[in-house]
Design a binder for this molecule. Structure first.
Ligand code: FPP
Length: 226
């Protein structure tokens, strides 16, 4: 058995899932919300401490305007609508990414849910929003330079990342069949075990995740040692 403290997930395949059904891509994102909820609740009930989802990347702004607008509206609706899930299952919510680019009202909705769930202990669910791994590292370095801080550079960077005080990623899963990291948690995934599932995100279930965790437990993690 390997310790699984931090699970990170790239939710890919919503658009293709919808297209296969002759529906607009946005329909796939709507269905993807159900998977997001199911996987989150399963992780809370199965003692996974940290669960990070890639919900919107720094590169996603270049999608068609209608899709970006839809995702923004959906995000706000999700945060308001899913409040009972966070309360019922004692899930702490946290957002990472450069949130300044979002509307003031969306930023407020994000910080309200963060504050309201700050003391919850079953699971910390982290949504990566306007997130890019390079952007995050660059912002951290910018702060360090601006403040004129000195010391061990790796420690300083880790302290100024959006994920400060969160553990590194143990297991990184990407659904939808593509095999790349797409600028997700680059620093934090240095020794993460990677799994790529062909299942499109709306079809991904806790049973699929359990199969991946069983394989993860068979991997020998070496962290650079022999
Ligand atoms: C990737 O699928 C998915 C996204 C870029 C957005 C993920 C969002 C959700 C699952 C819903 C939850 C989000 C919020 C805002 C709470 P894709 O569109 O790249 O699919 P494709 O690879 O088939 O085109």
């Amino acid at each position: 058995m390997n310790a699984l403290t931090h699970l990170a997930i790239i939710m890919d395949g919503n658009g293709r899932w919808a297209k296969l059904r002759g529906k607009p891509r946005t329909y796939g994102h709507q269905k993807g919300i159900n998977t997001l909820r199911n996987i989150t609740i399963w992780c809370a009930q199965n003692h996974i401490a940290y669960l990070t989802f890639y919900a919107f990347s720094t590169e996603n702004w270049s999608r068609p305007r209608t899709e970006v607008d839809f995702l923004m509206r959906m995000l706000k609706k999700y945060l308001l609508q899913e409040r009972p899930t966070y309360l019922e299952h004692k899930i702490r919510f946290k957002a990472i990414g450069d949130l300044k680019k979002f509307s003031a009202s969306l930023q407020k909705t994000i910080s309200n849910l963060e504050q309201e769930t700050a003391e919850h202990t079953a699971l910390t669910q982290i949504l990566a929003l306007n997130y890019g791994g390079r952007d995050e590292i660059a912002r951290a370095c910018g702060h360090i330079i601006q403040k004129g801080l000195q010391g061990d550079m790796q420690t300083l960077i880790a302290e100024y990342l959006d994920t400060a005080r969160l553990p590194d990623v143990d297991l990184l899963v990407r659904t939808g069949g593509e095999m790349r990291l797409s600028n997700f948690l680059l620093w934090q995934s240095n020794y993460a075990e990677l799994f790529f599932s062909p299942v499109l995100w709306p079809d991904f279930t806790p049973e699929h995740l359990q199969e991946i965790i069983a394989l993860f437990n068979q991997r020998q993690r070496k962290f650079g040692r022999v």
